[in-house]
Design a protein around this ligand. Structure first.
Ligand SMILES: *Cc1c(COP(=O)(O)O)cnc(C)c1O
Length: 353
């Protein structure tokens, strides 16, 4: 008989991570999970078509060598052994927690931040502790303090839901204080003014995690990667699934590494829309946190956020309502196409006036 006592206690106690709603395509303007509103680079689509004619009866390259070479080149790394490919950066994060944080040990996170990290620690039967951002989304120095059984620190940069950034200098300081690796989750870094990739070469406890889901418009492909020193990569490679990335996604990701012009254009376009959207929201009485990502965190001065969320949903626009307990709630709105954002702003202007 299988009942609750059959499972590992850590699993039975889990409530499970709930990802953002994925409604059937076409029904909603989807501004709730920070996907790219534009289709991916054409050369990526072409590579996928070609891969479909490849030897699909054969297993893929276990280490995704073609991708690692292309990524090492694109990011100016010393070599492909500095890159680990994953089935989405969520898998990379899973491998990091699995590799570094054992039962009863500790993971450090900022708050408010990406909620999945906590679930990953819970699965391990590990503990997590949160260091709270201050009112202006600055990270206190205590994030770098050592702590008993502290084995890993995870920092999304830019952060979600705020879109704010911790500076490179601050990250170097934190890493030099910490007794454990510091993972900088750069899911949104292509939209930001700076990133930490080059720090990995000089600092053996700074790792950078990346995804193709946001800036490359490839959330449907499931591909992410880690940049860290070769020793870290080979240790983590031991605990991944043998064939964690499939031939189609490896081909897509390899082509994506060669689409820097497309990427720059796409990011410019999204940032321009983000700036316009932030200004208009402010005019409507929203307090908007300055964002370096492809989404905006905003709170209205007078109107209840749930009512705004419900109204928009009724109008077929999906945004994310987040509640952070004593930090209060707010709306995280992804930057869509200009047409999508025009529709959002038009409806909101009527609602809040
Ligand atoms: C979206 C997101 C990811 C997940 O990326 P996938 O590659 O799609 O798994 C990781 N970290 C943060 C902070 C994100 O917002």
């Amino acid at each position: 008989m299988v009942d609750r006592t059959s499972y590992r206690p850590a699993v039975a106690a889990l409530s499970g991570y709930v990802p953002g709603e994925q409604p059937p395509p076409g029904k909603f303007i989807k501004l709730n999970t920070n996907e790219n509103p534009y289709p991916p680079p054409p050369q990526v689509v072409e590579a996928i078509k070609q891969a479909a004619h490849g030897p699909l009866n054969r297993y893929p390259d276990p280490m995704a060598g073609a991708f690692r070479n292309a990524a090492a080149q694109a990011f100016g790394l010393p070599g492909p052994e500095w890159v680990l490919a994953g089935n989405g950066s969520d898998e990379i994060l899973t491998l990091l927690v699995r590799g570094f944080v054992g039962e009863g040990e500790k993971l450090r996170l900022p708050f408010p931040s990406y909620v999945l990290y906590r679930t990953l620690a819970d699965i391990q039967g590990a503990q997590w502790e949160q260091v709270e951002f201050d009112e202006n989304w600055q990270l206190p120095n205590s994030f770098g303090e050592s702590g008993e059984k502290l084995k890993l620190a995870l920092l999304p940069n830019p952060n979600s839901p705020s879109g704010t950034i911790v500076s490179r200098d601050a990250i170097v300081d934190l890493a030099s204080e910490l007794p454990c690796p510091l993972v900088v989750d750069e899911a949104y870094a292509d939209f930001a003014e700076e990133n930490c990739i080059d720090l990995v070469v000089k600092h053996d406890n700074i790792f950078v995690s990346r995804t193709l889901s946001k800036s490359y418009g490839l959330a449907g492909i499931r591909f992410g990667f880690l940049i860290a020193q070769p020793d870290v990569i080979s240790q983590l490679a031991k605990i991944k699934d043998s064939y964690n990335c499939d031939s189609i996604s490896i081909a897509a990701a390899t082509a994506a590494m060669n689409s820097s012009e497309w990427l720059a254009d796409n990011c410019r376009r999204i940032i321009a829309t983000r700036i316009r959207m932030a200004l208009e929201l402010q005019k409507m009485g929203f307090l908007v946190t300055p964002s370096q990502a492809n989404f905006i965190w905003c709170r209205h001065k007078t109107i209840d956020h749930r009512s705004i969320y419900d109204f928009l949903k009724q109008q077929q626009i999906l945004v994310r309502l987040m509640d952070y307990g004593h930090r209060g709630d707010g709306l995280r709105i992804s930057v869509g196409t200009d047409e999508q954002i025009d529709a959002l702003l038009f409806l909101l202007a009527n609602y809040v006036s």
